[in-house]
Design a protein around this ligand. Structure first.
Ligand code: 5GP
Ligand code: ZN
Length: 119
């Protein structure tokens, strides 16, 4: 069923507590934790607890949870004190765009200069 945990999904395992993560925020529908390979001083991943392969499929199936992910990304930026300096919310979508974990996730990046366009 759409949104159900997937046995072979790393981020479902983090939601279930089967794989450890440095959690910075949690709500009923979302989890935010530090990226294991940070690309900036602030690099936090915000995920829906429900499993959807990417942001667009999450938004199509559960738009309110997609909004929760975005709201939490903004709260992470406040908590990390990067709201004023600026930060980036990224949803890599598809292997060709660098997506490696097929459970929807927002990257929240900040704390250094961020070039545009990104690589
Ligand atoms: P993607 O490339 O799919 O957009 O992003 C996946 C992100 O997950 C990468 O930035 C990668 O560093 C991060 N990641 C991969 N495995 C783990 C893990 O076990 N724990 C944490 N916290 N992050 C992970
Ligand atoms: Zn998953």
């Amino acid at each position: 069923m759409a949104g159900e945990p997937q046995a072979d999904c790393l981020f479902c395992k983090i939601v279930a507590g089967e794989v450890p993560a440095t959690v910075v925020r949690e709500t009923g529908t979302t989890l935010a934790f530090r990226d294991i390979n940070p690309q900036a001083p602030t690099h936090v991943l915000v995920i829906p607890k429900a499993h959807y392969p990417d942001a667009a499929s999450l938004a199509a199936a559960e738009p309110s949870v997609a909004a929760d992910v975005l709201r939490e990304a903004g709260q992470v930026a406040v908590d990390e004190k990067v709201e004023e300096s600026g930060y980036r919310i990224i949803f890599n979508t598809g292997a060709g765009a660098g997506q490696t974990v097929f459970h929807a996730h927002a990257h929240v990046l900040g704390g250094r200069g961020l070039n545009w366009p990104p690589g």
